[in-house]
Design a protein around this ligand. Structure first.
Ligand SMILES: [Zn+2]
Length: 277
């Protein structure tokens, strides 16, 4: 079986130029992931890249098989995951090009399978215990500080902390929704950060979100509202910079075996009842 220690869930812009990338198809009990895993070495680390929306960007946020994606990464050995994503800014000061490393998350999704512990009978017919995962701090504190340092090292002053609200999509927010999110004190809005983060936690993976602001959300601007063209333009302008930061972060993540962060203790005292890959 192929082996990697660090996973990156993001667009093809993050791996397409790497040399000696091997493509690995992984089956999971939850069906196929968004695409093959692309495994390669980066700064001496074995990394598995997974295009979140598929290689041709054909899987919309609400149709992504998040369970299969995280399961596939873990099954090739990944224990630390970096999740770059595009978001809308909910405050005027978080304009396009802002990089925010959130420390909190609000789930406003509606239709997504968001747990591995859903009480389904196991292959042997037994029914697993109920499991409640500790999720007060949804992101890995070690991964967050590594990502922040990597951004500063590339002279990109990141926003340290903030709340990402995740909406169902694929439509953007109405002005009223956006103003409500901003009034609640939340920082950015995205469509993929959940259940990616919680599924990583359920599998004992360290997960770090790196949110690139591509637009001001409807309630924080005065124009026509968010357009897809605008999002793509800003993402294109910043993807090279984000890739550098991401690769520096990969190099700086601690060795897998030295992890002792809260991510590894989410289920202390619980009998999970399922066999993790
Ligand atoms: Zn961690």
């Amino acid at each position: 079986m192929a082996n990697a220690e660090i996973g990156v869930i993001g667009g093809s812009g993050f791996y397409s130029f790497l040399e000696d990338v091997s493509e690995v198809q992984v089956e999971t009990p939850y069906g196929p992931p968004s695409d093959s895993l692309y495994l390669g070495e980066l700064a001496g680390r074995q990394v598995a890249f997974l295009p979140r929306h598929g290689r041709s960007h054909t899987v919309p946020p609400h149709k992504i098989n998040y369970r299969a994606n995280l399961w596939a990464l873990r099954s090739v050995g990944v224990r630390q995951v970096l999740g770059p994503c595009a978001v809308g800014g909910l405050r005027a000061e978080y304009g396009p090009g802002t990089l925010l490393v959130p420390d909190q998350l609000v789930d406003r999704t509606k239709s997504r399978a968001q747990t591995y512990f859903d009480g389904e009978p196991l292959p042997d017919g037994s029914v697993p215990n109920v499991v409640h995962t500790t999720f007060a701090d949804p992101y890995c504190p070690v991964g967050r500080s590594v990502a922040l340092a990597a951004a500063r090292g590339r002279e990109w002053e990141p926003v340290d902390g903030g709340t990402m609200v995740v909406i169902e999509g694929p439509r953007f927010s109405t002005r009223a929704e956006s103003q409500w999110h901003a009034a609640a004190g939340w920082s950015v809005v995205g469509m993929t950060g959940h259940p990616e983060a919680v599924l990583a936690r359920e599998l004992g993976l360290c997960y770090t979100s790196m949110a690139l602001v591509t637009d001001l959300d409807a309630g924080a601007e005065t124009g026509e509202g968010v357009s897809h063209t605008e999002v793509l333009k800003v993402f294109g302008e910043n993807v090279g910079r984000l890739r550098e930061v991401l690769f520096d972060a990969v190099a700086a993540l601690p060795p897998t075996e030295s992890r002792s962060c809260l991510c590894t203790h989410a289920h202390d005292g619980w009998d999970l009842g399922i066999e993790l890959p």
